[in-house]
Write a protein that binds this ligand. Structure first.
Ligand code: SF4
Length: 379
């Protein structure tokens, strides 16, 4: 018999404010509209109240946008609201995304005083040229300053880095990796730059103003990430994620295991009782609907059991631990290899997938370089 959907034990809250929109950014962001902060917080309170009763969680993640762009008083109100409606269990992981440019003592103190215990710092690069091309508003000096500041309060600090940026060379990427490794972070996420439709980078590439990095250069950069982080004592546990032992991001693991999670804020997506709902991405629509007593949900889907099983394969293959066939059967009701049997056979034969002695199927190291083309065969 299939397991019923348990009540989520994870929550995500989206804070959409940023100083400006970076050219590659496809997130739900409002730039230069800080006057909307009070209305955002009021609307968030209405959305949270609709939960009816506080929902205890083991992981909380406040992302954006730039949550730390909020002035300290507003940041404090936000965190109080979140902690009331999603009371964290004693050993909960409580992450907040932060940008090097706007972190100051006051804000970091507010985070620490409200029980935040993990910071995800959006560093992206350590060289000025790449930071400027990405249109980030922080500079090298901000990284050092903000790192020293957060480390005074938090042990668990993750860094986000981007490779495959136009103009970035293997040498400049190596400089970024080495500079990041010298800081000895507990966790690192390295992402290849993508060009999402609707972003400035998308149109600039179309016009020929930006030239995407060559595929073989991106492959070399990814290989260098793996090499650097392994040498620095971090374990790769997901396609883009590396961690010191004991510091895996528990919140992201909820997503990758196909478990449920609450979510609030404009554009936020939740997965509760097998139903996926996404809020309106437009900040003003989201606020207005909540003010008028209407649902902030723009879109929803309930996956069929087979689609849910396929999604679990896609998510599970991103994890270096791979998929446990027995666990998969219990969670979905499907034999793992009964879905797309030819794709399993083909990728096991080509060596992009492997089966471990304990019955898990996972990407091999070679498979991680072509993960997208392997995973697409299970959709
Ligand atoms: S700081 Fe992050 S969220 Fe804000 S615009 Fe830039 S990439 Fe997007």
């Amino acid at each position: 018999m299939l397991r019923p959907f348990p009540e989520p034990r994870a929550a995500y809250v989206h804070v959409p404010f940023c100083v400006h929109r970076c050219g590659y950014c496809d997130f739900t962001v409002v730039a230069g509209k800080d006057r909307l902060i009070p209305a955002y917080l009021d609307a968030l309170e209405i959305e949270l109240e609709a939960l009816g009763t506080p929902r205890p969680v083991d992981t909380l993640f406040v992302g954006g946008g730039t949550p730390t762009h909020l002035p300290p008083k507003d940041l404090s109100r936000l965190l109080n609201l979140i902690r009331y409606w999603f009371p964290p269990s004693p050993a909960a992981e409580f992450s907040v995304e932060a940008n090097p440019a706007d972190l100051d003592h006051k804000r970091v103190e507010v985070l620490a005083n409200h029980g935040v215990n993990r910071i995800s710092l959006g560093v992206q690069a350590f060289d000025e040229q790449t930071l400027q091309l990405l249109e980030r508003d922080h500079r090298q000096a901000d990284i050092e300053r903000s790192w020293n500041l957060v480390r005074q309060y938090f042990e668990n600090v993750s860094l986000d880095l981007i490779f495959g940026v136009p103009g970035q060379t293997l040498e400049t990427w190596k400089q970024t990796l080495d500079a990041a490794a010298a800081l000895q972070p507990t966790h690192v996420s390295t992402y290849g730059l993508t060009y999402e439709k609707g972003t400035r980078f998308w149109s600039r590439r179309k016009k020929g103003e930006l030239v995407a990095a060559a595929e073989n250069l991106e492959t070399e950069m990814y290989a260098l990430s793996m090499e650097t982080w392994t040498a620095a004592g971090l374990e790769q546990y997901e396609i883009s994620s590396f961690t010191r032992p004991g510091f895996r991001c528990r919140h992201n693991q909820v997503y990758w295991q196909g478990l449920g999670y609450w979510a609030c804020g404009p554009g936020a997506a939740r997965y509760v009782n097998g139903r996926r709902e996404t809020n309106h991405r437009s900040m003003t629509t989201w606020i207005q609907r909540l003010q008028q007593g209407l649902s902030p949900v723009d879109d929803f889907e309930e996956l069929s059991p087979a689609d849910r099983a396929r999604e679990l394969i896609v998510l599970g293959l991103r994890r270096c631990d791979g998929i446990d066939a027995a666990e998969f059967l219990a969670q979905t009701g499907f034999e793992l290899r009964s879905l797309e049997p030819h794709a399993w056979q083909r990728h096991l034969a080509t060596g992009f997938l492997e089966e471990t002695e304990t019955g898990r199927i996972r990407l091999t190291k070679a498979g991680r370089f072509v993960a997208d083309s392997v995973i697409v065969d299970f959709l």
